[in-house]
Ligand binder design. Structure first.
Ligand code: AFP
Length: 323
């Protein structure tokens, strides 16, 4: 089985970017170990604080955030980082070529029930003309990403990674201490009968999503002419991983449940990196009205509606938004 570096070298990825990715993955290996120790390491449960999103921080959120921040800034090739758990961007080396955004622990409500969680990251080029404490550095569309990935802390620890040469899956080999290639070129099937949505929000969705899901639920006797099955992990990393492995549609649509927060998922820390991975595996990713990776962000903590996965199914859902 192949290690990461030769695979990335073969794709022509710059040595500095390879080194940065390996540093991020070293931090993820450490997070994986802490996660696997669970209660034994005293890392479960919440802190007393809240993050910028107004969400309670889990102890593991804070540990993962600190670990990533420290090792990424030490590389010297990163101009600034932006984390879901930090109110503001954190400046790095003014000469750094890259910007890193990350969600240190996605699905953190799953930590206390020993269920799936993960780290999501994205790497963008840094504008040499801007200062490292200038947040506008990050206001680039997802199409500018040079790499994106997630590490899923599940029964085995897995990495999905893209540098724009397809999406590959790796598995952490604890005996060797690194990630080994276990799934070359993920290919999301075009058609699916599986959907992932938080159905408890159904009554708060906008009309196009209501119609789309109502038709799905009618199954074989409805306009779709086939039965669908539902899955919901409550951690985007887990749901997107399933989509990469066997297809499906994952959506967190806009809703009216909380008027201050019509969209739930974060553009920079969740939607853009996942969209890059999904598109590189042959799927598509949209808000229902536009391609997610073409959105020009106006704020680092911006949220967005997400519909992604199997090409035909996402296109069908988009069709309901156009009607
Ligand atoms: P946290 O990382 O704050 O736990 O949120 C996870 C998440 O943003 C995303 O990973 C899930 O798909 C979604 O929230 C789950 O939301 P529900 O609470 O509606 O199930």
């Amino acid at each position: 089985m192949r290690r990461i570096s030769p695979v990335l070298q073969q794709d022509g990825v710059e040595p500095e970017l390879i080194a940065l990715l390996k540093t991020i993955l070293a931090a993820c290996r450490e997070i994986s170990f802490r996660v696997s120790q669970g209660e034994l390491a005293g890392v479960l449960g919440s802190t007393l604080g809240e993050n910028i999103q107004g969400e309670t921080q889990k102890k593991l959120d804070v540990i993962a955030n600190e670990l990533l921040k420290e090792v990424i800034l030490e590389t010297g090739v990163v101009k600034a980082i932006s984390s879901e758990e930090e109110d503001h961007i954190v400046a790095g080396n003014p000469q750094g070529k890259y910007l890193v955004t990350f969600d240190p622990l996605d699905g953190s409500s799953n930590t206390d029930i020993n269920s799936l969680i993960g780290t999501i990251f994205s790497i963008l080029p840094a504008d040499p003309a801007k200062a490292p404490d200038d947040a506008s550095l990050f206001l680039q569309p997802g199409t500018a990403q040079v790499a994106a990935g997630y590490v899923l802390y599940g029964p085995s620890t897995m990495l999905a990674l893209t540098t724009g040469h397809g999406t590959r899956l790796y598995t952490l080999d604890n005996t060797y201490g690194g990630f080994l290639l276990t799934g070359d070129q993920a290919a999301i099937p075009k058609y699916t009968t599986e959907f992932a949505l938080n159905m408890s929000n159904q009554r708060f969705w906008q009309e196009p999503m209501q119609r789309y899901v109502a038709d799905l639920l009618l199954g074989k006797t409805g306009p779709r002419g086939k039965n669908f099955n539902m899955r919901w992990i409550a951690a985007m990393v887990g749901d997107v991983h399933r989509v990469l492995c066997r297809g499906g549609i994952f959506a967190y649509p806009r809703d009216t449940k909380d008027s201050t927060k019509p969209d739930k998922l974060r553009l920079m820390y969740e939607a853009n990196p996942m969209s890059f991975l999904v598109e590189q595996a042959g799927g598509i990713s949209s808000t229902g009205y536009e391609r997610i990776m073409e959105i020009i962000p106006t704020d680092i903590h911006q949220r967005v509606a997400v519909i992604l996965g199997s090409k035909h199914e996402v296109e069908t859902c988009i069709g309901y938004h156009k009607a």
